[in-house]
Design a protein around this ligand. Sequence first.
Ligand code: OSB
Ligand code: MG
Length: 402
Amino acid sequence: MIEVIRLHRLNIPLVRPFRTSFGTETVRDVILVEAVSGDGTSGWGECVTMSWPGYSYEYGDTAVDVITSHLLPALAESDDDDPFETRRALSVVRGHPMAKTALTTAMLDVWLREQDRSLAAFLGATKEFVDSGVSVGIPTTESIPALLEEVEGYLAAGYQRIKLKIEPGWDHEPVGAVRGQWPDIRLQTDANQAYQRSDAEHLAGMDEFDLLLHEQPLEEDDWYGHVLLSEVCRTAICMDESIHSVASADSALELGACSIINIKPGRVGGYLTAKEIHDVAVTHDAPVWCGGMLETGIGRAANVALAALPGFTLPGDTSASDRYYRVDVTEPFVLEDGRLRVPTGPGIGVEPIPEVLRDLTVWSTELRRGCCRPSRRRLSRGSPRSAAIPRCPRPSAAWVGR
Ligand code: OSB
Ligand code: MG
């Protein structure tokens, strides 16, 4: 049983600013969740929120609050660490998938480590390596030569596909320039919801660049707009922000709002649901690929395990550590022939390097399973442990901070 939860908040400078249609990230504000079982086994999960609600409504501060004020109390009644039971127990909290993913992945990591089983094996991975793509931000200078130089570096490193962040005013020209320079590479775009339905013809104008897909061109709830766009564009439409669940994935594919899905565990509430979305996409014959949120090695390890499932047939945003960070929190992920090796050790297969964790941490807290765990079940069974529960200093807190 998990007895202690530690939250470690780290600030890690990115090797270069990452500009998208919703803003620019220069430092990754990452929260790592550490779950510790009664016998001292630690498991780790990464919260992929950013410091502001630009990609979705969640951000670092909401994740810390939701975990401490709502998710941990929701788990307080349960002493069952089964990952499906944990997901069910947390479903009383609406939304906040990134916070849920961070906590449940740390718990899943402990659960798997205690069974000496890897996350990859648990999920049903079939690959030893996963193909790596890279997501290229809008150059802060908005300069095409700067973009070409950056792309050239990634291609030289071996990345198997390039994704260009686009927005109105930064689309045909940069995409055409990259395609002009490299006629044969796998190339795709990501607009992060920056376009309108009325931009359909404009977006279809990029069909000539022979792209793999356009990712999330319209607002996340504009399902019909994506259907219309899919009819106008020859280039495949892929959804990222719109897909929150198995039901939304099935709806999107069934309605023709998209034909490809970017699966991000943090966006859908965890690795169990991510795997189930993969399974649904496979039944639709729809390709999926593993997205990224500039993860450290902790989140990356788990993503790479997921990307090793058979339906992940397109290269993911699963880049090497040095694309993001000078020093990663774990042993770095490195490209081997344009691929990352799937971890095979127990759980997620990696852990933070203690000195690096210490140096990058800006805040941390520790929560212990509270003395007043409101375990009605136990009380009614009259277990001696419940009988011995002392009076709690904070009657509303099921988990207490130190
Ligand atoms: O939309 O896929 C996205 C990063 C942060 C937030 C949203 C997105 C991204 C990326 C980077 O595209 C993917 C990565 O390399 O981790
Ligand atoms: Mg995206």
